[in-house]
Design a protein around this ligand. Structure first.
Ligand SMILES: Cc1cc2nc3c(=O)[nH]c(=O)nc-3n(C[C@H](O)[C@H](O)[C@H](O)COP(=O)(O)OP(=O)(O)OC[C@H]3O[C@@H](n4cnc5c(N)ncnc54)[C@H](O)[C@@H]3O)c2cc1C
Ligand code: FES
Length: 259
């Protein structure tokens, strides 16, 4: 367990915040796709830890997380000022495997998934693409940051307020046509239906990919089995359970069990 002092905690855009913790030890080994389990305290009150993907782990020792306020824990986190401290467990979980040189990374993201895959883009040797899906303009995150690191950003929104109207999965086919003849690897992080649709496409096409499966968590370290999902296995049922906190959250697309 490490104590992380908050150095910045600001609203990036309505509903979404970015918090930076001074956490040099975690930053030293953190990889894209891993998360920190944060205990958010207020006075004498304690609540359970909350998991957040590591958005950025800088050489400056600042660990950044982008979060959406959805309930009591995230509302409390949003109220903490620089100087407050939180217990941090991390880095936890199985990370994304970085793309090899010459392989074009294609990130398909929705919601805070845009934050969770950012270090892949930041550290990629070959610039790639981000396909970013959102309900509307208010949920489109971090596009400028991806552009700054040389990634091309393509957006789709359900209401058509930014980018192409429709589902983000509809952006993938045309991009793969453009990239025909090149080696690509797809990385997914976002809402469950998006990930299941992506898993189906990748399993059908044989294109390599990795998906981050987010699930409600409790211990965060593999001990309680609160966070299991089905993954393909050589069993009579064709699947077994895996813990998203320790076996995942990142799984190869071919292992994902689509019901
Ligand atoms: C590995 C992992 C990484 C995550 N990374 C981020 C991140 O980078 N940024 C971010 O904003 N959030 C992230 N989350 C989700 C985040 O943990 C929850 O939003 C947070 O725990 C909610 O806490 P709360 O007390 O504010 O809300 P609660 O009162 O606990 O929940 C509010 C509502 O959100 C729902 N909810 C809570 N957690 C999840 C979840 N994991 N999936 C779907 N619905 C959920 C609850 O069912 C409830 O309806 C991540 C979750 C996991 C498992
Ligand atoms: S949250 Fe306890 S095993 Fe995953």
């Amino acid at each position: 367990m490490k104590v992380g002092e908050i150095v910045v905690n600001r609203e990036m855009q309505p509903g979404y915040h970015m918090v930076g913790f001074h956490a040099p030890e975690i930053c030293r080994t953190a990889c894209a796709g891993q998360f920190v389990h944060v205990r958010i305290e207020e006075g004498a009150q304690q609540i359970l830890r909350r998991p957040f993907s590591i958005h950025e782990a800088g050489g400056d020792g600042i660990l950044r997380v982008v979060y959406k306020v959805v309930g009591a824990g995230t509302a409390r986190l949003a109220g903490l000022k620089p100087g407050a401290v939180c217990d941090l467990l991390g880095p936890l979980g199985t990370p994304f495997t970085p793309p090899e040189e010459g392989v074009v990374p294609v990130l398909m993201v929705g919601g805070y998934g845009a934050a969770a895959t950012f270090m892949l883009a930041q550290r990629a040797m070959t610039p790639g693409y981000v396909l970013l899906g959102a309900r509307g303009a208010a949920d489109v995150l971090l596009t400028d940051r991806y552009r700054e690191v040389g990634f091309e950003v393509r957006v789709s929104t359900n209401d058509g307020s930014v980018g192409q109207r429709g589902l983000v999965t509809e952006l993938l086919g045309p991009l793969l046509e453009e990239l025909r003849g090149q080696k690509v690897k797809i990385y997914g992080c976002g809402p469950h239906p998006m990930l299941m649709a992506l898993a189906k496409m990748l399993q059908h096409s044989g294109i390599p990919g990795e998906l981050s499966l987010d699930h409600l968590m409790c211990c965060g370290v593999g001990a309680c089995f609160a966070c299991v999902v089905k993954v393909k296995a050589d069993t009579p049922e064709g699947w077994t359970y895996a813990r998203t906190c320790s076996d995942g959250p990142v799984f190869p697309a071919e292992r994902v069990y689509v019901e």
